[in-house]
Ligand binder design. Structure first.
Ligand SMILES: Cc1cc2nc3c(=O)[nH]c(=O)nc-3n(C[C@H](O)[C@H](O)[C@H](O)COP(=O)(O)OP(=O)(O)OC[C@H]3O[C@@H](n4cnc5c(N)ncnc54)[C@H](O)[C@@H]3O)c2cc1C
Length: 400
């Protein structure tokens, strides 16, 4: 069995599409019956491609090189930590949180530092599917703004992007960006194609079945929906479905994410060591205000958390602020724990979950230089063990 097929079978695939992007004649992405995007090997994979995949697939490996940057065991490499939002009111409103990512993309396009933003948007063919969009201007970027809580494989056209000879700012989930960063380490000759890697914090990818369930709860059947948005149009914004005959219904974020979508996460996301985008130049997230010690999801003007992770990312953020594309305020790194309790908890638990996965399946991704031992010391030992035991019970692999 090919190593990609083994990863899929063991439920370790993130669905990023990297393998299909490296070997498009041999591997295709397809939607499985379970509602996840998975690679399908349709022809023998050339050995050079196999080598690149093995070095970069986030189902096989997530590893920093030993880095000199200050490294926080929970929040990773942090050059600067801030909150902020786009000064373009439409971008701020359409963005998932404060439109931070979209504002940076527009700034990069308008200053000629990239030719395209390579990011995810709703498919032109199916209102419930996602596809890679190459955005060349503000309007395109806004079309792709907002989180899409369903499978997306932004790396599935990697080879095509490289061959185009253009410069891209790539936006993806932390696993997508880790995959690309690891690939570029393996193939430094392609670095110039991707001068900027941007990400967002991620709690996990829900199955497409989660989207279908939200739509049914809104009173529609998935096939009658012609337009669907998960968030944006406010912060956090409502999930909204619209039908051909003009009916529409909405659901708030606490209900859509908190009671439906988060029940459909793929297994690999439960053992993710990098929910916070440690391999990106800049990461945005929801800069939730707190209430009674928990994030408060009341509707407000959007606010993004903006972490610059590399010197290049920090220079970008500062330049965007100087050009008045974003406004920002400093935030102590210690405040992240209250804004992102899920990320804190998962990073402290993940070593135990990964060990349990390896014991149960005989395979787990190789995690290195991610501060996981230090992070584990912040967990209550009983909780850590309980998590590991739960993962051991649940790690069953995936039926294709
Ligand atoms: C599956 C998922 C889980 C998330 N979990 C968390 C979390 O735990 N904590 C948190 O703070 N934030 C989480 N977010 C991110 C959050 O919702 C915002 O995207 C983030 O705050 C950035 O907001 P923004 O306004 O700066 O981005 P925007 O300006 O709205 O830009 C968002 C960018 O993300 C891209 N994008 C949207 N959906 C996907 C996708 N499925 N795959 C790849 N790229 C995509 C878009 O193309 C766009 O360029 C998650 C998002 C997703 C898609």
């Amino acid at each position: 069995m090919n190593s990609v097929e083994q990863i899929v079978r063991n439920g370790l695939c993130t669905g990023c599409g990297l393998c299909a992007g490296i070997a498009p004649d041999s591997i295709r992405m397809r939607m499985t019956d379970a509602g996840y995007l998975r690679p399908q090997v349709v022809a023998p994979v050339p050995s050079a491609a196999n080598k690149d995949i093995d070095a970069a697939c986030p189902g096989m490996v997530v590893a920093h090189q030993r880095a000199s940057t200050p490294y926080h065991p929970i929040w990773g490499p942090v050059q600067a930590c801030r909150t902020g939002y786009s000064t373009d009111t439409e971008v701020r409103h359409q963005g998932s949180s404060g439109g931070g990512i979209s504002a940076l993309l527009i700034h990069l396009l308008q200053t000629g530092q990239i030719d395209f933003a390579a990011h995810i948007a709703v498919s032109n063919e199916d209102p419930l599917r996602n596809e890679l969009q190459l955005s060349a201007n503000r309007e395109d970027v806004i079309r792709g703004a907002g989180s899409r809580y369903a499978p997306a494989a932004p790396l599935a056209r990697l080879g095509e992007l490289i061959q185009s000879g253009k410069r891209y700012a790539f936006v993806g989930k932390p696993c997508d960006v880790a995959a690309l960063r690891q690939y570029l380490r393996q193939r430094p000759e392609h670095q110039a194609s991707f001068p900027f890697l941007l990400s967002f914090m991620c709690a996990g990818t829900p199955s497409l079945k989660g989207t279908h369930q939200v739509i049914r709860k809104l009173g529609f059947q998935p096939q009658e929906v012609v337009k669907f948005r998960y968030r944006g149009d406010g912060w956090p914004g409502m999930a909204k479905a619209e039908t051909q005959d003009g009916r529409s219904a909405e659901m708030d974020y606490a209900s859509s994410w908190g009671t439906v979508l988060n029940q459909h996460l793929q297994f690999r996301c439960k053992i993710c060591p990098d929910g916070t985008g440690e391999f990106a130049d800049v990461v945005c997230a929801d800069a939730w205000y707190g209430k009674d010690g928990y994030p408060d999801f009341a509707e407000r003007d959007g606010r993004s958390l903006i972490l610059s992770r590399t010197p290049k990312g920090e220079a970008l953020v500062q330049a965007a602020a100087k050009a008045q594309a974003i406004v920002m305020s400093d935030l102590p790194v210690d405040d992240l724990a209250q804004m992102q309790p899920y990320q804190l908890n998962r990073k402290t638990m993940v070593l135990g979950r990964a060990i349990a996965t390896k014991l149960r399946l005989g395979q787990a991704p190789k995690y290195a230089h991610l501060g996981l031992i230090k992070a584990s010391t912040q967990a209550r030992p009983i909780e850590w063990l309980r998590n590991a035991a739960g993962t051991y019970r649940r790690a069953k692999g995936e039926i294709a």
